[in-house]
Design a protein around this ligand. Structure first.
Ligand SMILES: Nc1nc2c(ncn2[C@@H]2O[C@H](COP(=O)(O)OP(=O)(O)OP(=O)(O)O)[C@@H](O)[C@H]2O)c(=O)[nH]1
Ligand SMILES: [Mg+2]
Length: 312
């Protein structure tokens, strides 16, 4: 029996391809990616626009390799950062062999949703409509199905290269079914990454994101929206100690005071939380130096955004 099984696998050609995860902010794209990969690849928070880069998460098993691309949440905002993020998200469609349109089935549809469905409808790429957060009862699930029906002009059951799947990235519900469905859609081909590679995010961005995640969990109101983190240096210092210095940018002096906190208490807390996560990840003790700077209206300053690594 065992032999039969392994023979079957060796006869099945390996598949490989790119899968973009696209959706509104906060629907759970990064959580789903982390669940599938089994490691924290992308940071997660309750704050919209947590993800600001394309983040690859590479899943490999005996069937082949899926290169997931997590994307910034689609938000139709007006400033330059909003526009760069939206471009970043839809640019992934060009290379995608399959797209997961992820929605929060516990929340209403919105204008962003219409834009996403419109773009995906014309992209001629297989789509999996992931009705996420189904653990929260999914009251608005029919609205998302109706939106797709309206855009394509036929019932979802008649749509070609389309699959509808209730999901929960948090409780892992139907995540196995999702992987089965993706492999069906992917072309045959050899793996592009070695099986032990799980991401290709540059280290400076990964470290900056972890620091930003700690800020997002503590800051309130509009402050998270105004935060950017730029890692300036990562240098081995004395034996076993890595020196990391980063600048936390905010938009106003009043926000700078909030991030620093009374007697530096908040920034110290951020440093401690980030260090705790970074040390096991980087396998070293860390000396983390954080500076806070105010950079007026940076979200709308293209050259500054490029310095931060948000590419046009
Ligand atoms: N109940 C429930 N909550 C979830 C699920 N998936 C994600 N969340 C929560 O939803 C929030 C947003 O999750 P993220 O994974 O950061 O969402 P995102 O789509 O990547 O957000 P952006 O990067 O801002 O676009 C977090 O508080 C998660 O814990 C789920 O399946 N069920
Ligand atoms: Mg995200």
């Amino acid at each position: 029996m065992m032999d039969e099984v392994s023979q079957k696998h060796s006869e099945t050609p390996s598949r490989c391809g790119f899968v973009s995860i696209i959706g509104r902010p906060n629907v759970g794209k990064s959580t789903l990616l982390n669940t599938i990969i089994g490691e924290k690849i992308a940071i997660v928070s309750k704050v919209p626009q947590t993800t600001r880069n394309q983040i690859k998460g590479i899943y490999t098993d005996e069937r082949g390799q899926i290169i997931f691309v997590d994307t910034p949440g689609v938000y139709l905002g007006k400033d330059k950062l909003d526009q760069l993020l939206i471009k970043t998200s839809f640019a992934t469609l060009e290379d995608a062999d399959c797209v997961i349109h992820l929605v929060d089935s516990s929340e209403q549809t919105g204008e962003e949703e219409e834009e996403i469905v419109r773009r995906l409808s014309t992209a001629r790429v297989p789509v999996i409509l992931g009705l996420n957060k189904i653990d929260l009862k999914g009251h608005f699930l029919p609205r998302y199905i109706a939106l797709w029906k309206k855009m394509r002009g036929c019932p979802v059951t008649e749509m070609k290269s389309f699959l509808l799947l209730p999901l929960s990235g948090k409780t892992k519900m139907n995540v196995d079914k999702l992987l089965d469905a993706i492999f069906e859609f992917l072309p045959e081909g050899p793996a592009l990454y070695s099986p032990d590679t799980v991401t290709d995010l540059p280290q400076k961005i990964a470290i900056g994101d972890i620091i930003r995640e700690k800020l997002l969990t503590i800051m309130r109101d509009e402050v998270p929206h105004s935060i950017a983190v730029h890692v300036e240096a990562i240098q081995p210092k004395k034996k076993d100690v890595l020196f990391i210095s980063a600048i936390i940018f905010v938009e106003r002096d009043s926000q700078k005071e909030i991030v620093i906190g009374k007697d530096g208490q908040i920034i110290k807390k951020i440093g401690t939380l980030a260090r705790k996560e970074l040390e096991p990840l980087l396998g070293s003790r860390i000396f983390l130096e954080l500076h806070v700077k105010s950079q007026k209206k940076w979200r709308d300053n293209l050259s500054f955004l490029q310095e931060l690594g948000y590419d046009d």
